[in-house]
Structures are given as C-alpha cells and as structure tokens.
Design a protein around this ligand. Structure first.
Ligand code: UTP
Length: 239
C-alpha cells in the first residue's frame, strides 16, 4: 500500500524536543519495514506561529509570512529526517517531483511546505494525488471531522464517515466563520474530492494509533470517502 501521512506541526513538534519525533519515526520505520510505500508531510506548528506572529509585528506581508512558515515546516521536516536516518531522503523535497523521485528510489520523502498561499494540508493532498497514493492520513490536533467547530460548540458531533463533497461544503461554511478551526483546509478538501483518494482524519497524538489506522483501517477519527473511491485497500479486507 502507498500512503501519504500528513503530520501536523503541533502534533510532531508541540515543543522542540526528540520524544514525539522519535515515536513517529518508529511508527514510520515499522510500516516501511513491512513493505508500505510512504511519503510524509510535516507542518509548522507553534514554532511557525511564533515566527509568523513576530514577523507580522515587524511589518512582513502575507507572502513573506507564508515563506517564513514554509521554512519552519522544513525545519520540522529535518527533525523527522534526522530520526529516520538513512531511510529518509536527506533533505525535505521542495516540490512534488523531487518527492516522487525519492519514493521511486526507495527513500521516504519528508516534505514541508511548497508554495505560499496554502498550508501543508494542501501539500499532503496534492502529493498524495501526484504519487497515486492509496491512502492519505491527516494526523492532526483535532480527532476527526465535526459538524461544527468543537472548540466553539460543545454539541458538535464527530462524523465516523463523510463524503469528500460534504467535507468541502462543511469546510467552506467553517472558513466563512472567521477564527473557527477547520480540520483540514478547503484546498486540501477539494483536492481529496477530485483525486478520489481514501482519506482519514484522526488524532495524531499517538503515532502508534496512526500506524494502526494505516495497517488496519481501524481508528476513532473520520473516514473521508470521495465519490468513486475504490474498495478499501486489500491489506484491510484480507485480515
Ligand atoms: P502549516 O501547514 O503548519 O499551517 O504551515 P497551519 O495549518 O496553519 O498549522 P497547524 O496545522 O495549525 O499547525 C504553517 C504556515 O506555513 C505557510 C502558511 O503560512 C502556513 O500557515 N505555508 C505552509 C505555505 O505558505 N505554503 C505551504 O505549502 C505550507
């Protein structure tokens, strides 16, 4: 199975330290050793927000802030590369072609951001589409897709499954609501919809649960099932 794993910055590097990164590297190495083909994308997390906040006060414009954010995602990517050692491509690929070349060589690419004006949610969806992944996994700081922003509405309920078209509508509504947190951004949801790639959004705090979800399809998050998505991966049904 070929899977792209998007690891939120606040999940991988909640504060700069080795433990969580090591735990993610262990999960990735274990899947890799069992023959899974993997690509990973890492977000910027609180470090990116700190840099962006400081630069905004210094007068940087939005594109400059995005560029700063991208640099931090690549810094975080380098932490995971350090932990994966020789299994990882040695530098964060800066575009999808370089990432795909790494996969074809048999290395695990660890991407950060690519271009301004988006987030690593969209990078992950686009990379998954580009490499024809069977599965896209968002390991995030929210534990799934809710019908409303759970941090604002205590009655919000989590979907066990949602179509990609409904996800696009839901996120478009959430993004209209300034300040509310969407589980993935709108561009990512639209790419998932058009790509037809089976996608999981789940709590990324425990890398072993992320690994289990990739191996079995079992998880407590949300399955995003695009129209026309193929049957569940054979690895899940043969168990
Ligand atoms: P993240 O992907 O971590 O953004 O990229 P986020 O969703 O705001 O972070 P989390 O998930 O809450 O931790 C950090 C920042 O880097 C820039 C954006 O400014 C983004 O907010 N970025 C990232 C880009 O401009 N392009 C990219 O491809 C990726």
């Amino acid at each position: 199975m070929k899977a792209v794993v998007s690891i939120g910055g606040s999940v991988l590097v909640p504060s700069v330290g080795p433990e969580r990164v090591r735990a993610y590297a262990d999960a990735i190495e274990s899947l890799d050793a069992d023959g899974y083909t993997l690509g990973t994308v890492v977000g910027g997390g609180p470090t990116a927000r700190e840099y962006i906040g400081a630069a905004r006060e210094l007068g940087a414009n939005e594109i400059e802030l995005d560029q700063l954010g991208i640099e931090v995602t690549r810094l975080n990517a380098r932490l995971l590369i350090a932990a994966l050692d020789e299994r990882a491509a040695p530098t964060p690929p800066e575009d999808y072609e370089t990432g795909r070349e790494a996969i074809r060589r048999g290395d695990i690419p660890v991407l950060g951001g690519t271009v301004a004006g988006q987030t690593t949610d969209a990078v992950s969806a686009a990379f998954a589409e580009f490499v024809n992944a069977d599965l896209l996994v968002y390991a995030t700081s929210v534990d799934g897709v809710y019908d409303d922003d759970p941090s604002e509405n205590g009655d919000a309920t989590k979907f066990a499954e949602i179509t990609a078209a409904d996800l696009v509508d839901l996120i478009a509504d959430l993004e209209m609501d300034a300040g509310s947190n969407a589980p993935v951004d709108l561009l990512a949801a639209k790419i998932v919809q058009r790509s037809g790639i089976r996608t999981i959004v789940l709590d990324g705090d425990d890398p072993e649960r992320v690994e289990h979800a990739i191996r079995t399809g079992d998880h407590d998050g949300t399955d995003v099932v695009p129209e026309g998505v193929s049957e569940p991966p054979a690895e899940w049904t043969d168990r």
